[in-house]
Design a binder for this molecule. Structure first.
Ligand code: AMP
Length: 190
């Protein structure tokens, strides 16, 4: 069992890298953003609620997000490990994740952060917005709000995991393959 948190600002490449890592290490990819988008597409109650936050680049409330995370983990009891992508994003979520995993005698093995400069990432998101159809990728104001949410609420998690000796920053600039190798080098050492 090996649980990894893939950490990084919006546009850092978490989703792209998760696709490679889940294959390589046989992990279950769990993206809260993907779960919310699936629910928006299917017009569920959760989708309607999530949309009201996501469209503005605000975080979905912890209570809702933590419940979804726990339900999804519970649906995969035989996994070899999770690759958490976009979760946790607040201290309350990180604490809830630790508490929840410990009830199963599991834990977060490592938090691997994809690092890149804000201005590069904002340009990348605007490019992605042209094809992704994501409203939160198409508007500079919304994108900047997502960065503000990250800086205020998510960035403190670096210290949270660093204190537990579980924080591994990785240079997020390079080709997709180069970055996959950097991330894999961390996983191999765990
Ligand atoms: P992502 O696909 O990870 O970039 O997430 C897109 C949006 O979904 C975010 O901007 C938030 O509105 C929402 N979201 C995804 N994961 C979380 C989370 N862990 N906590 C709160 N909101 C989230």
């Amino acid at each position: 069992m090996i649980n990894i948190v893939l950490f990084g600002k919006p546009g850092a490449g978490k989703g792209t890298q998760a696709e490679f890592l889940k294959e390589r290490y046989n992990l279950t990819h769990l993206s809260t953003g993907d779960i919310f988008r699936f629910n928006i597409k299917n017009e569920t109650e959760l989708g309607k609620l999530a949309k009201s936050y996501m469209d503005n680049g605000d975080l979905v409330p912890d209570q809702v997000t933590i419940k979804i995370l726990e339900d999804t983990v519970n649906k995969n009891p035989n996994t070899k490990g999770f690759l958490f992508d976009g979760f946790p994003r607040t201290l309350a979520q990180a604490e809830a994740l630790d508490a929840f995993l410990s009830t199963k005698n599991w834990e977060v093995a490592a938090t691997i952060a994809l690092e890149a400069d804000d201005e590069i990432l904002i340009q990348r998101l605007l490019e992605r917005g042209k094809t992704s159809g994501r409203p939160d990728d198409q508007d500079q104001v919304k994108i900047r709000n997502r960065y503000q949410e990250y800086n205020e609420k998510t960035a403190p998690l670096m210290e949270y995991y660093n204190k537990q000796n579980k924080f591994y920053p990785v240079n997020g600039i390079g080709t997709i393959a180069e970055i996959t190798e950097r991330l894999s080098a961390v996983v191999e050492r765990l």
